[in-house]
Write a protein that binds this ligand. Structure first.
Ligand code: BES
Ligand code: MN
Ligand code: ZN
Length: 499
């Protein structure tokens, strides 16, 4: 089986005469077939209309039907793709392209052509192509292949077919960008899926250094524990105290726009979270290898930004540690001093994410950022509140919040805003330090965010709690690569000077 790297291209042409292993034709649920689908229908003797009429194919968004050797067409296979209503909300658009990718990869086809013309009637070609390339690239991910640096899937080429030659350029631009985003998503997934004994803080640092070698425009720095002590990052260091694996702070700088204040991404990089002395229960504890998915998404974004050479400045700041119990570990009741000088009473060593993030947020100020966005698998309470549909968004600036929410909708990688009211912040009161690291049983995601807000004082700031969205459990267990798509969409809008 030849290894295949997935390639993308756009062209104009007639769907009925195009030679391909798999012709993917979107079909709307209601009304007369639009031109491209109608042409395929006519050439194949009314196959599509007959299937719709008999309700063997309902065309509900995300459904597919595969036909082999369709009559009247040059294609070997015809893959009908349910496109739902003609004016789909973007979440549906994502659903149907993801379904198309899944179905195409399930066939032995080596190449496929997606008939884009009808869908392009009410979508920007660049944006559509970006989404298609991202979702097809992401569908190619298999952990065991990625781990070994190989591709075993058959599909090696996807073409977008439009009827208007004038769209080809925009489509190709979108494909190139979408491919970069898809690669960033897949890198984030691999880092998340790697076990905790391989994906250590040092592994994250090595991965960052590797990106620095691959992309000369990425400047990578790794600060070791001795440097962190000199910087007085007492909160971060208190988390790594119980581990044999040294912690570190990784920074990546990409200056794609001269003299522009950077967007700074701060990613939680707890490579395994046992809870520390406040040990977690055993069930599903293996999933705490995913507690570095914030870091992974920041790294995925840096990779995509560098690959696409975006005209923007972005910095990633990644505190990377392992949270384990030992004779040297931090204990409940211990008081530590953060880099900001504020003291923290650690009432629960399992609330460790905020302890490494607070020092990273203080450090982030030295980049004189345009905005700071932290990304963290921060609270189980966020999974309870929002499930896997949306990341929790907390923000001290309405314009920034809107920009992130919009980006999430466009990318099909949604977030939902929660409040940072001072009444919640008051739950962090301590008798023995400036604050406690937990705020009691109520509103756990909000009090965690309020804790971070106390350190994000000098700039516009947003916090994304991705505890529910960063990975799937059960039979589908695996990292999702979220919120790389949301963040990339935000950065693209930022490039265009919006928000
Ligand atoms: N990494 C966890 C949050 C988490 C839990 C993410 C479950 C995904 C699934 C975080 O470090 C943590 O342990 N948070 C505690 C906070 C509590 C001690 C205040 C939690 O959510 O239980
Ligand atoms: Mn924890
Ligand atoms: Zn954690």
């Amino acid at each position: 089986m030849p290894a295949q790297k997935l390639e993308f291209a756009a062209r104009a042409g007639d769907p009925t005469t195009v030679k391909t292993d798999c012709l993917i034709v979107p079909v709307f649920q209601n009304g007369a077939l639009p031109p491209a689908a109608a042409a395929v229908d006519a050439a194949s003797g009314g196959t599509i209309e007959a299937l719709r009429k008999a309700r063997d194919f309902t065309a509900k968004a995300g459904t597919t039907l595969l036909l082999h050797r369709p009559q009247g067409l040059a294609a070997t296979r015809l893959l009908l793709l349910g496109a739902g209503n003609a004016d789909p909300e973007s979440q549906e658009g994502v659903k149907l392209l993801a379904a198309a990718a899944r179905a195409a990869f399930a066939t032995p086809a080596r190449n496929a052509v997606l008939v884009a013309a009808d869908l392009l009637a009410n979508q920007q070609p660049e944006r559509f192509a970006r989404l298609a390339a991202r979702l097809f690239a992401a569908a190619a991910y298999h952990y065991r292949d990625a781990e070994n640096g190989r591709d075993s899937h058959q599909l090696g080429r996807l073409q977008l077919l439009s009827t208007e030659r004038t769209q080809t350029r925009a489509l190709n631009q979108g494909l190139t960008l979408g491919q970069a985003i898809g690669a960033g998503v897949n890198s984030a997934r691999l880092l998340g899926d790697l076990p905790g004994n391989i994906c250590t803080p040092n592994h994250l640092a090595e991965h960052a250094r590797g990106l620095g070698r691959q992309y000369p425009k990425l400047k990578v720095q790794v600060l070791d524990e001795q440097r962190l002590r000199r910087l007085k990052m007492g909160a971060l260091l208190s988390v790594t105290a119980g581990s044999e694996q040294p912690g570190c702070l990784i920074t990546l700088e990409y200056r794609g726009a001269a003299r522009q204040a950077p967007v700074v991404l701060v990613g939680k990089g707890v490579t395994f979270d046992s809870g520390g002395i406040s040990l977690k229960p055993g069930a599903k504890m293996d999933e705490m290898k995913y507690d570095m998915c914030g870091a992974a998404s920041a790294l995925g974004v840096m990779e995509a930004v560098a690959a696409a050479e975006l005209p923007i400045s972005v910095v990633a700041v990644i505190p990377a540690v392992e949270n384990l119990p030992s004779g040297k570990a931090t204990k409940p009741g211990d008081v530590v001093t953060s880099m900001s000088g504020k003291t923290i009473e650690i009432l629960n060593t399992d609330a460790e994410g905020r302890l490494i993030l607070c020092d990273a947020l203080t450090y982030a100020a030295r980049y004189k950022p345009e905005v700071v966005i932290d990304i963290a698998t921060l609270t189980g309470a966020c999974v309870v509140a929002l499930g896997k549909q949306a990341s929790g968004l907390f923000c001290n600036d309405d314009r920034l919040a809107e920009g992130l929410l919009d980006a999430g909708i466009t990318a099909g990688d949604r977030a939902w805003r929660l409040p940072l009211w001072k009444e919640y912040d008051e739950q962090l009161k301590s008798n023995f330090a400036d604050m406690a690291n937990i705020g009691g049983p109520e509103a756990g995601s909000i009090t965690a965010a309020c804790f971070l807000a106390r350190f994000a004082t000098d700039y516009r700031w947003a916090h994304l709690d991705i505890a529910g969205t960063a990975w799937n459990s059960g039979a589908q267990k695996g990292a999702s690569g979220r919120p790389v798509p949301l963040l990339m969409e935000y950065l693209l809008a930022h490039c265009e000077g919006r928000r």
